[in-house]
Design a protein around this ligand. Structure first.
Ligand SMILES: [Zn+2]
Length: 146
């Protein structure tokens, strides 16, 4: 068995430009501290993260709806063995919460000790702007009512 002559390239780091033309508003609003979902004008289905076309009735007639971000923790998992692109991160927690408006959201859960995370706890989905300008969103424990 002969090997094909080859030289090994250096390790490449790849970044993508993800097309966001139809959901650009979502990213712009995140930067302003607001969380938006899209709602199908035809069948009323709510989508988070926002989508340009309804997967339920295939309508492209969607409208923007601002979310409160308030939700209840449904499930979570601690990620110890991180994917390559997250090697520089500390172990983190990924959670799914049911938002007040009726959609589920998946995001990191931060600002809470592992032992204090409980199914059913109140969480708030908040925008996060990174130092390099990227935007994302994450869950934080909701403020306790006095
Ligand atoms: Zn629809």
């Amino acid at each position: 068995m002969s090997e094909i002559p080859a030289i090994r390239s250096r390790k490449l780091e790849i970044t993508y430009n993800i097309p966001i033309s139809k959901t650009k508003k979502f990213w712009d609003e995140l930067r302003e501290g607001k969380i938006y979902a899209t709602k199908c004008k035809k069948c009323g289905r709510l989508y988070f993260p926002p989508v340009a076309d309804c997967g339920e009735c295939y309508s492209s007639e969607v409208e923007w709806v601002e979310l409160s971000g308030e939700g209840e923790l449904l499930t979570f998992t601690h990620i110890i063995v991180r994917p390559t692109s997250f090697q520089d991160q500390q172990p983190y927690t990924v959670a799914i919460a049911q938002l007040k408006e009726g959609v589920k959201a998946l995001a990191w859960l931060t600002d809470v000790k592992k032992k204090d995370i409980k199914i059913g706890m109140r969480v708030k989905l908040v925008p996060k702007v990174f130092e390099d300008g990227r935007v994302a969103y994450e869950f934080k424990p909701a403020e306790k009512k006095k």
